[in-house]
Every structure is written in C-alpha cells, then in structure tokens.
Design a protein around this ligand. Structure first.
Ligand code: BG6
Length: 535
C-alpha cells in the first residue's frame, strides 16, 4: 500500500471487503505504446497513491522493444510525470510504486514469448505475493487481439475459470471490438473459447467518466425526472460528441475507423443506452447491462431505401480551429489524399418502445469542430397553450427557444447539469426570457474527479464488469451500424442511393474545420422541424 495508515481510507468507506482488489499481476501488452504512457500508468499510479491497490501486486509490461526493468521504470516515471493530470509524481511514493514494475520484451504472436511471461508470472507469485491472479491488458493494435488471446489460451495463461477456483485470469480489451459485425463476432468467439464472459472486460472509457455514471444516478436516485422522461413530455434528444482535435498521429487507424466506428458505434451508443434505458431491477452488473442492451435492440434498424434521410457523413477541410489554421483531413499524416473516411457523422434514431415511440434521438460526432463539447440535451415539448405568444413570443424567439425547456447533461468539459426554462423579465409588461439553472461539478464538490481509466482499471481488478461493454451490447451496436457502413462503403460521398431527399449531396471535404460540420447535418434535423443546439 502507498501509505500504511490506521485511519480508514475515505475513498473506500462503504465499499465491502470483496469490492477491494485482491493481489494481482497485471500484464500490459503494448507497454511501449501511447495508451500505456498517457492513460494506463498515470491511472495505476493515481490508484496507488490513493491507497486503492492491494498490498501485493505487480505490473508486467511487454512489447517488442528491448528494455530492462529499470529502463521500463524510468520510461514510465517520465510518462507519469508528463501525463498525470492532477496527481503530482512524488519521489517516495514513486520509488515504492516502481518496485512493482517489471518488463519482458517479446513478440506477442510467438508462443515462446508466453513461456517467458508464464515463468515471470510464477516468479512474481512468490516474490510479490500476486497469488496467481492475472489480468492481461490488450493495449496493442487491434490486429494483435486474436493472436494474443489465442496464445494466452494455448500457453494456459488464459482459461475458463471454474467457480471457487482460487486464482483467476481476466482479459481487458480496448475498443474497437472488431471492425464490423462479422469481425466482432469472430473476436468474441475467440474470447469465449478462452474465457467466460465474466472474465472479459471490454473498455469503453466513456462508461468510466464520472459524468456518464451520473446519468443513472440523476435519473434513478431522484423521483422528479423519471415521470417526464417519456414520449409524452420529451420532444427529442440530442447527443453531441464534438472535438476540436483532428486525427493527430493516428492516421492509419482512423482511415479504417472514421467517426462512425471510432465514436458512434461505442461511446455515443452507450450514452443513448444510459439516457433511454429503463430502471434496472438492481445495481448488479447484469441487471444494468441488460437494460442498456434492451435499448439498442429496440432501435429501429436503418432501412436501406431511406438511409440517406437518417444519416449524414462529413469530412473536414481546412479552416481555423480555436484561432489556428489547420489542414484538411486529406493532408493529414498517413492519410490518403483521396480518402473518403468520415470525420463527422450524424444520425437520427428512433427507439421503438413504449417509452420512446416517435421521439427522435439525434447523434453527432466529429473532429475539428468549433468546440470540444460532449453533452446530452433532452428537449421537452412546447407548452400546450400559446398563452404568452402575443407578449413574449418575440422575446422567446430571440432567445432561439420558443421551446424553452431543455435539460442538458454536460459530460465534458465544464461537467454539470443545466435546466432551461421561461421566466418573466422584471418590468411593467410581460416579457418572457429563457434562463438557465446550472449545476457544475467543479464548484459543487471540492474533490478531484478520478479519470475514467482509474475507475475502469480498479473495477477490472475488483471484478466488477458493470461499466464494461458486454458482448451482446457490442453485437447489437454493430448490428445497427453495419448496414450504414455497408451503404457508405458502396456510395461515394456526394452520391445518394435514392431519389427524393438527398442529404449526402456534396463530395468530401464537405465541412470547414472550426465549423459545426456539414450543412447536411442541419438538414437532417430540419426534415423533422428541429435544429441542432448552438453550443
Ligand atoms: C477515443 C477515440 O475512443 O475517444 C478518439 O478513439 C477520441 O478518437 C476519444 O478522440 C475521445 O475521448 P474523450 O474522452 O476525449 O471524449
């Protein structure tokens, strides 16, 4: 433990013993990669200094790069001091944490590498008291997932754990879980050949964000919102995941993914599920995951004949973002100059169930947009009587909100919740203004917000899969998105497959960097008489 103390750790108050991690050895494949440096090690160090790791543990990095334990420790020290957001690297705690760091070079496709890992893990079991509990973190290129899982199984390091078997193996997989429906099913079957579902932790880091976890608390720990969280009161819902960054160093990955696979298929779908799900019967992992899956299964599939009225794609051209001139996507490093990859996608979805029938869910996500903002906006219906139209209608329209009641859950930045409503402006006449009641996490709680990776790594060590994507969720999401990807792969941007309303009418690039995406995305909402919120 980081600090031995007689005082109970306040972060653990209320957490039952079995909810604290047992001794473990964590093997990180891709230990020389970006994710390990930027996210995993800073999160593990933060857990350590908060005394959330058990007394006995080991972290074993592996990748092709030759390094000694000490070189690995030095490299990780540098990463933690560079990338830790709000926990300072402190010499004494680092020195004691670093004693648990080890490294073995190896080719993860070669069975011999696993013999070395196995031998090292045996040694760590006696030298570090890890009790043979092994968690394998796949922080590699997705093309290595299948070989690694296969070799883990062949070498006996991964196996289906029987009830009451003392030691456990678990595997943590980063998204993307496959490239489409068929490859995700294949990956899943390889995972399930080696392990049981409860040993598999598919990371969607959005689920680890505090503000995302709060969606369920907000909805189900209060009684005032749920009765109006229905088609009778909600006009439509907008989910935005906007980024100002471009593809940075990830050209080759992004060329294959695009916004639809990178953000929509996973992160935004999880947000849809959380905002639309029914209350679970309990907070046990399966009940909550059951409810999230049900939402996806109720989403109306895309009809190939009308798909262009329900989905829009875009790609950024050059422009200015936050005052800086930026290049177009096609000029990014290791991106094809003729690329037709989507860097923006917007969808209109309907959830055909009792609660949401007829309520459009609009989703948009893109890179190089005007502002970094992730939010869910619940737009409520207009009042049934236009009582104030005469007097205040103009003022309300000026406020761009004839329909003033919107509840916004801001995921990032400036996380919080706001509710907008119409009020009377003081004065002798009745002038209506829309105002906002605002709750901000930053000011409401004085404490630090743990990173998504801290929470998710901790949960995977504890063995709580609630905040991880279950196999049926991943499959349901691909089932939904696959026909769209298929359609887009067959039609060039700018060409619609049908007559009538054609939203995808301009070739790429079709939006300027620093804008809110292609004009077609606004038309997507205009078809239903709606407009995107101005953020
Ligand atoms: C990742 C995507 O999963 O999420 C990135 O691969 C994206 O392209 C990132 O930038 C966004 O995460 P966040 O936490 O910054 O919203």
């Amino acid at each position: 433990m980081a600090q031995s103390t007689m005082v109970e750790n306040p972060l653990l108050v209320g957490l039952p013993e079995e909810k604290r991690p047992e001794p473990f050895a964590l093997v990180i494949f891709g230990a020389h990669g970006d994710l390990t440096k930027r996210k995993l090690l800073p999160a593990l160090y933060a857990l350590y200094v908060q005394d959330l790791l058990p007394e006995s543990f080991a972290i074993l990095g592996t990748s092709r790069t030759q390094m000694s334990d000490d070189q690995f420790r030095d490299a990780m020290r540098e990463s933690v001091s560079k990338y830790s957001e709000d926990i300072e690297l402190e010499k004494a705690s680092w020195d004691s944490f670093a004693k648990s760091l080890f490294y073995r070079a190896g080719d993860s496709t070669d069975l011999d590498a696993y013999k070395l890992l196995s031998k090292t893990l045996d040694e760590l079991k006696s030298s570090r008291g890890t009790m043979g509990n092994h968690i394998f973190y796949l922080s590699t290129s997705p093309s290595l997932y299948v070989p690694i899982i296969t070799r883990l199984a062949e070498s006996g390091l991964a196996f289906k754990r029987k009830i009451n078997e003392p030691a456990w193996p678990r595997v943590v997989v980063e998204k993307p879980f496959g490239h489409n429906l068929s490859s995700s099913i294949e990956l899943d079957s390889i995972l399930h050949d080696a392990l049981r579902e409860h040993q598999i932790y598919r990371i969607d880091h959005y689920l680890g964000k505090e503000t995302v976890q709060n969606i369920m608390c907000f909805r189900f720990a209060n009684s005032i919102f749920e009765p109006i969280w229905t088609r009778e009161f909600v006009d439509h819902i907008q989910i935005t995941g906007a980024e100002t960054i471009g593809v940075e160093e990830r050209g080759p990955y992004y060329e294959e993914a695009g916004a639809s696979r990178d953000m929509i298929q996973n992160h935004l779908m999880q947000l849809v599920a959380l905002v639309a799900m029914e209350p679970p019967i309990s907070l046990d992992p399966e009940s909550t995951r059951d409810e999230r899956v049900k939402v996806l299964k109720a989403i109306r599939p895309f009809d190939p004949d009308t798909i262009d009225d329900f989905a829009v794609r875009g790609q950024y051209g050059e422009g200015f973002v936050l005052g800086n001139r930026v290049k177009r996507y096609r000029d990014e490093d290791r991106v094809s100059p003729e690329s037709n990859t989507d860097t923006f996608a917007a969808l209109k979805l309907f959830i055909d169930n009792w609660r949401w029938a007829g309520v459009p869910f609009y989703l948009r996500s893109g890179k190089r947009l005007a502002k970094r903002v992730t939010e869910i906006a619940i737009q409520f219906r207009k009042p049934p009587q236009k009582l104030f139209e005469e007097m205040g209608g103009a003022a309300l329209r000026l406020a761009k909100s004839e329909n003033p009641n919107v509840l916004v859950m801001r995921i990032q930045p400036d996380d919080g919740i706001s509710l907008r409503f119409a009020t009377k402006q003081p004065g002798p006449t009745t002038q209506i203004r829309a105002l906002t009641m605002d709750f901000r996490y930053g000011t409401a709680f004085g404490s630090r917000t743990p990173s998504a990776y801290e929470r998710l790594i901790l949960d995977s060590l504890i063995g709580d899969p609630s905040l991880f994507a279950r196999s049926d969720f991943v499959e349901a999401s691909w089932r939904l998105i696959d026909p769209l990807l298929e359609h887009w792969s067959k039609t060039m941007p700018g060409k619609s497959s049908r007559h009538g309303t054609q939203l995808n009418h301009r070739p790429f690039p079709n939006y300027e960097s620093g804008s809110w995406g292609p004009a077609e995305s606004h038309e997507l909402l205009a078809l239903c008489g709606h407009e995107w919120r101005e953020l």
